[in-house]
Design a protein around this ligand. Sequence first.
Ligand SMILES: [Mg+2]
Length: 210
Amino acid sequence: MECLPVASNSEKRNGCDMAALKTSYISLEPMKLVLLDRDGVVVVNRSTNIKQPSDLALIDRASEGIRRLNGAGYAVAICTNQPEVGRGAMSQAQLEIVHAALEKRLREGGAVIDRVFSCTSFRKCPRRKPAGRMLEEALAHYGARAADTPFVGDQADDLKAAFHVGCRRILVKTGLGTKALAAGLPGYLSPFVIAADLFAAALGIIDGRS
Ligand SMILES: [Mg+2]
């Protein structure tokens, strides 16, 4: 299956016209952006993957963490590998239904995910983490600088993708994070911040610790 950029959500956020907002940022400063992995960071991992909205379970305090980031002026977007689509175990339409449900669930908690970037390839490809092209697409979409943009993940591949594009790196202990730390991470991924969960990571980003 061809791996194409996939994004959801409209260009309206909090009633703002995002195109106009981005245009205004061109003459001011780069957009404040935080990129997140999905599984193990925002939602609980499932060994059978998340194929329908009823499979979604938010990680504790994830919604509050995203809400705090939004309140501090950050756009928040997800960059997720979803190879089950490429393998044919679920359809692109199902994936989009899951993401629409996730965004709705978060909005109910006052948290806004502006966009979801997905790589559906089940083979290595330039967009699939640990490669960096999906993150590059997100940075380009928002006109954000990599060095100013944290990527929050729970696996070595997340940190590797962030490393390849020059994003700041945060590993959360939720999902597979504790396991990744125990397994040991390559030295070139340092420095990276370790946070208990997305909420703790968000507070660190907001107060400039990470
Ligand atoms: Mg993950």
